[in-house]
Design a protein around this ligand. Structure first.
Ligand code: ATP
Ligand code: MG
Length: 578
């Protein structure tokens, strides 16, 4: 493959953490000199970072090709009209970078490519004989993130592998989805990454269902839950929960009774004032949903999950109402809303079903109602699971297990989209009977740059990066401790040449530095195999081989070293294949 000499490359390691880096992988990428910041959310890949990135890309490309997907490359610049045609121009909002050409035509820098690829499919895929087809690209995406941070994790410009499948039937679309799902598992495993697959919200993408591939990490921006007894796992945005039977409260049969609760506004204040547990309180929130005003009821100790609420109400647009709307809809001030007597539609969280003896607002200042039985006292339009799942909730699938909250980094996302885009762009084909049908679509993304950094987030120690063999910039580093000695130079070069001929990339540390500096840098840079050539070991005809993951530094006869290293390399690459 290739031999590089430290003295001829551009590797700048830093002793101290960069000031703006909050998480280990970001600190390490900068300290190891893999990336350099241009400005917020914009990074240059330095030579070693670039090598690792290309390895991740190569693995992803191989797994896409293996799954039968076809590589294309679409323009990053996209005309505004296609976003209007799909109805996503407004939904994307400020995330999309917008610009004009010299003719004042409006363009966007692609944050994703459903629109472009569906137009392409509409023009190129005309007959059932051409289906299924999955098209993919590995390309730079642009998103004006509200909070770019954590280095490559949330950048304004990043590399994504995006794939799109087109099928003639729902069953065939399921098969395309399954193939991508499996290709993702293989690709992440080959990158040395352990991922957890979770059920996910479809959000702005639309569509039927989706899964996210998560790297569990404390620094993860996504909350997920997993069942401690079965395979259920989901993003908090959509995680469901089971609803155990409610124990009735002692005074649950009494008639509703208004009580004065002066200066008690928050759930905590009301609960303390009335000396009742917060879960006995019912929160009433007034929302604007697609132009109508509705009341949402939730247990006092739970937060409403707006992703779940939007799905349950099939809403496009949803936001908490302002004070005036609340006053008009309930007749009372903010903070004292309650369901009794409301004329707007009332939706309640399923956990409240059957709850008697509850406390709600009275739609009057400083007043609450006791002994509320929702079935008896309020008109509930529908019951939905609309609150966040929490630690210790019962699993919605097996009911036996408990849910556990974890943090995750989303490295990949697969969606079954259905016909949302193919209808919008008339991407239709003729079936065997000559009937015109909309193609069924799926879309599939891997954050390639985020994946690279996630590997480091998952695989490092106090000394530095611990690269998996498959994506290390150099799987082998040879540290020549006495570069002034011809014997050592000769032994180093011979070994490097043998490894190069065997197809391994090798970095020679030929710097005139103290051994301690070389060891520390090798650990920081995380080369999986470190070979030390020194006068002392050479005198015995040996070199020293140390794996980054092991403590031992066994010596091995110098003439057998290449064979041994090749074996270690091949074994660990094989171990990553599912
Ligand atoms: P997030 O929820 O993290 O903002 P997303 O759901 O908007 O991501 P997708 O549209 O599903 O992202 O994009 C596919 C993949 O691209 C994601 O799974 C993620 O790995 C990666 N990705 C998305 N946004 C960024 C970003 N700003 N920087 C780096 N990678 C990103
Ligand atoms: Mg996503």
């Amino acid at each position: 493959m290739s031999i590089a000499r430290w003295s001829e490359t551009l590797i700048s390691t830093l002793r101290d953490d960069p000031q703006d880096a909050e998480i280990p992988s970001h600190k390490l990428m900068v300290r190891a000199g893999l990336i350099r910041k241009l400005s917020g959310g914009l990074y240059t890949f330095m030579p070693l970072g670039c090598k690792a990135l290309r390895r991740v890309e190569a693995i992803v490309r191989q797994e896409m090709d293996r799954a039968g997907a076809l590589e294309i490359l679409m323009p990053a610049l996209q005309p505004r009209e296609i976003w209007e045609q799909s109805g996503r121009y407004d939904i994307m909002g400020d995330v999309m970078f917008k610009l004009q050409d010299r003719q004042k035509r409006e363009l966007a820098l692609g944050p994703t490519h459903e629109e472009v690829v569906t137009l392409l499919a509409a023009a190129e895929l005309k007959s059932y004989r051409q289906l299924p087809r999955t098209l993919y690209q590995i390309q730079t995406k642009f998103r004006d993130e509200i909070r770019p941070r954590f280095g490559l994790m949330r950048a304004k410009e990043f590399i994504m592998k995006d794939a799109y499948s087109f099928d003639r039937s729902w069953d065939a679309a399921d098969e395309s989805y399954r193939k991508m799902y499996e290709a993702y598992l293989r690709a992440f495993a080959r990158c040395g990454l352990r991922v957890k697959v979770v059920e996910a919200d479809t959000g702005a993408m639309g569509g039927q269902w989706s899964h996210e591939f998560m790297v569990l990490a404390d620094s993860g921006e996504d909350g997920i839950v997993e069942c401690d007894a079965c395979a259920y796992a989901a993003n908090l945005e959509r995680a469901e929960r089971a609803f155990p039977e409610l124990e009735p409260y002692p005074d649950s049969d009494k008639a509703p009774e208004q009580v004065s609760t002066p200066n008690a506004k928050t759930i905590g204040q009301v609960a303390a004032f009335l000396k009742c547990p917060p879960e006995r309180l019912i929160k009433t929130l007034i929302y604007n949903v697609d132009g109508r005003t509705v009341a949402i009821l939730a247990p006092g100790d739970r937060d409403v999950n707006e992703h779940k609420l939007a799905r349950a109400l099939e809403a496009r647009d949803l936001a908490l109402a302002d004070d005036e709307t609340i006053a008009a809809a309930t007749g009372g001030p903010v903070g004292f809303s309650g369901p009794i007597g409301l004329t707007i539609p009332v939706y309640a969280d399923t956990a409240l079903k059957g709850l008697r003896g509850a406390v709600t607002g009275a739609n009057r200042v400083d007043t609450h109602v006791l002994n509320v039985d929702l079935d008896r006292d309020a008109a509930i339009e529908a019951w939905h699971d609309i609150c966040f799942a929490e630690n210790d909730d019962r699993c919605p699938r097996c009911a036996a297990g408990k849910l556990r909250e974890k943090r995750g980094i989303e490295v990949g996302h697969v969606f079954k989209l259905g016909t949302k885009y193919t209808e919008a762009f008339s991407a239709r084909f003729l079936d065997e009977d000559g009937q015109s049908e909309a193609m069924i679509m799926g879309c599939y993304g891997i954050g390639v740059t985020r994946t690279l950094q996630s590997v480091i987030e998952q695989s490092h120690d106090e000394k530095g990066i611990v690269w998996p063999m498959s994506i290390a910039p150099y799987p082998v580093a040879i540290l020549n401790l006495t570069p002034g000695k011809p014997d050592c130079v000769e032994a180093t070069q011979t070994l490097a040449r043998e490894l190069d001929e065997a197809g391994l990339d090798v970095l020679i540390d030929d710097r005139d530095e103290r051994p301690g500096v070389k060891f520390a840098d090798a650990d920081l840079l995380g080369f999986p195999i470190r070979v030390v050539v020194s006068e002392r070991s050479l005198a015995g005809g040996n070199v020293e081989i140390k794996l980054r993951t092991e403590k031992a530094t066994p010596v091995i006869e110098k003439d057998n070293a290449a064979l041994k290293i090749r074996q270690i390399y091949q074994d660990s690459i094989k171990a990553l294949i599912l």
